[in-house]
Design a protein around this ligand. Structure first.
Ligand code: GDP
Length: 525
């Protein structure tokens, strides 16, 4: 089985996350260029919906096409098999990103040096922290004026609650950007916008007078002072701490200039985890177990509405997944096999015979899968860590074509399984409420119901602040709450109790009045 072990050890499965425009697409592309997975810049299309205010559905459809192609970008670098899982840039599809983060072993966060920590980054890193996912930070756009390095580290610690450890340090920025000093490898990397990767020099002793020759007197003095501060104030790199999400290495560079990217990648393959353990409700799964297990973290509908099939993205968690082999679909308690499972090498899809832990396999599906579904060789397992998050926007959904109510019900059910939005059904009158993170999700749902199911829907406003799942050890109190708040109670699609709070004040007073109840803001508790 040495082979199996080696296959696992050489895998690195991760996501690049950023606030829109931070440089995620650019960095991803440079990583793929290093891996030889693409030959020219511009091959990776920005996974972004640019027109966010108008209902430009062609744009949404195009976007869906791009994001199937770039959902997973596999490439080889040195002796590693790297899988980058793409995440939608648009904030309205943040839930897709949250789910993708449950399928990776580590994350690279890209940040614009001028902007620092932005809203979307904050939310995504919170999700990483929930699972102690190891995080590396790349501060991008050093060729522009931006914030001071130390201020940025403070901001990261403060807003992202990450303990940082700079592994490279910038020498100037913007007009005066001279390069970075790589504290990890003790190298000086000199920047010039025209060279391919910068000019890398071994540099063990920054007190040597050679430094002045390369970067000038002033910059040399500042660098020595700053490095001294870093060594005095910041923890030194500790791989164990990084792997448990307790320490985040920070790099500086400029993705568009391909500067600092190679150091990032070289360090990444050295320190980033190979496939890690996964938690299930029953037990912890070790990737090195010989029996196969995996779960579906994303479902993508086919672009072509004439074919109803979809692609379910499965993360292999243990053992070897094999083509044409029967596996147990745990929720449905039935055996299924796959004749055309695919892997994704850069933007190519290929039929795969064997897939190993860390790999993402695309399974053609005609409606068998929901997000979170598990496949095993027979064991009953339910993977944890694929929560739904409390939505932020709500609307009633109504049938606009009485002749098509069956189609509507089916469409809503399947699209909810795909994770397009969340559905709540009110206890008192069975009215259906759609919950989302952003307006575009409502539009996508309406459009897809029409085009894929021939059903029409209409939205009506509802005034809600938050939906949260409630549980309690105290059955009597729980029933009392549900009875008293009947008008504000609903069930989610799994039949769990959800409290719909009209305002922050109502939520807070419910929490105060019912200390016996637990109010959950994610569906996993
Ligand atoms: P994403 O939204 O995070 O995927 O960001 P993109 O990769 O699309 O980058 C957003 C913009 O920033 C694009 O115009 C890039 O050309 C630009 N950009 C990316 N990296 C750098 C950099 O290192 N320096 C500068 N000046 N611009 C950059």
């Amino acid at each position: 089985m040495a082979n199996f072990k080696e296959e696992i050890e050489k895998r690195r499965t991760f996501a690049v996350i950023a606030h829109p425009d931070g440089g995620k697409t650019t960095l991803t592309e440079k990583l793929l260029l290093f891996g030889g997975a693409i030959q020219v810049a511009g091959a990776v299309k920005s996974n972004k919906i640019k027109k966010s205010t108008t209902s430009d559905f062609m744009e949404i459809e195009k976007q869906r096409g791009i994001s199937v192609a770039t959902s997973v970008m596999g490439f080889n670098y040195r002796d590693c098999n790297i899988n980058i899982l793409d995440t939608p840039g648009h904030k309205d599809f943040a839930e897709d990103t949250y789910r993708t983060l449950t399928a990776v072993d580590s994350v690279i966060v890209v940040m614009d040096v001028a902007k620092g920590v932005e809203e979307q980054t904050k939310k995504l890193v919170e999700v990483c922290r929930m699972r102690d996912t190891p995080v590396i930070v790349f501060i991008n756009k050093m060729d522009r004026e931006g914030k001071d390095g130390f201020d940025l580290l403070d901001e990261i610690e403060d807003k992202l609650k990450l303990t940082t450890c700079p592994l490279s340090w910038p020498i100037g920025m913007g007009q005066t950007f001279k390069g970075v000093y790589n504290l990890y490898q003790k190298q000086l990397n000199l920047f010039s916008p025209n060279t391919k990767y910068g000019n890398i020099l071994g540099f063990n002793d920054i007190n040597s007078s050679e430094l002045e020759k390369h970067i000038g007197d002033d910059a040399a003095e500042i660098l020595r002072e700053e490095v001294e501060t870093i060594e005095g104030v910041y923890p030194s790199f500790d791989k164990e701490k990084y792997l448990t999400g307790k320490l985040s290495p920070v790099f500086f560079g400029s993705a568009v200039n391909n500067f600092g990217v190679k150091e990032l990648l070289d360090c990444f393959i050295e320190i980033a985890p190979s496939p890690v353990n996964f938690k299930t409700e029953e037990r912890v799964i070790d990737p090195y177990e010989d029996k196969f297990s995996g779960f579906v973290f994303k479902i993508h509908a086919n672009m072509d509405p004439r074919h109803r099939d979809r692609i379910a993205f499965l993360r292999v968690c243990s053992g070897t997944f094999q083509r044409n082999t029967n596996y147990l679909h745990v929720r449905k308690d039935k055996k299924i096999k796959f004749s055309n499972p695919t892997t994704f090498m850069a933007s190519k899809k290929e039929v795969v015979e064997n897939a190993y832990p860390g790999d993402i396999v695309g399974l053609y599906d005609s409606g068998n899968f929901k997000i979170g579904d598990t496949l095993t060789e027979g064991e009953i397992l339910h993977f944890k860590g694929i929560p739904s998050f409390s939505p932020e926007q709500f609307k009633y959904i109504e049938n606009a074509d009485p002749m098509k109510s069956k189609q509507l019900a089916k469409g809503i059910r399947q699209l909810m399984d795909e994770g397009v939005a969340q559905l709540f059904t009110k206890n008192t009158n069975n009215r259906k409420i759609i919950g989302t993170v952003g307006q575009l999700q409502f539009e996508v749902l309406q459009y897809r119901l029409k085009h894929e199911y021939g059903a029409s829907c209409r939205y009506e406003p509802i005034n809600l602040h938050k939906a949260c799942w409630i549980t309690s050890q105290n059955e009597t109190k729980l029933s009392e709450f549900i009875r008293k708040k009947a008008n504000y109670m609903a069930k989610d699609k799994e039949g769990r109790d959800v409290y719909l709070a009209e305002s922050r004040w109502m939520l807070e007073s419910a929490q105060t009045d019912y200390p016996e109840l637990e109010f959950h803001f994610t569906s996993e508790f």
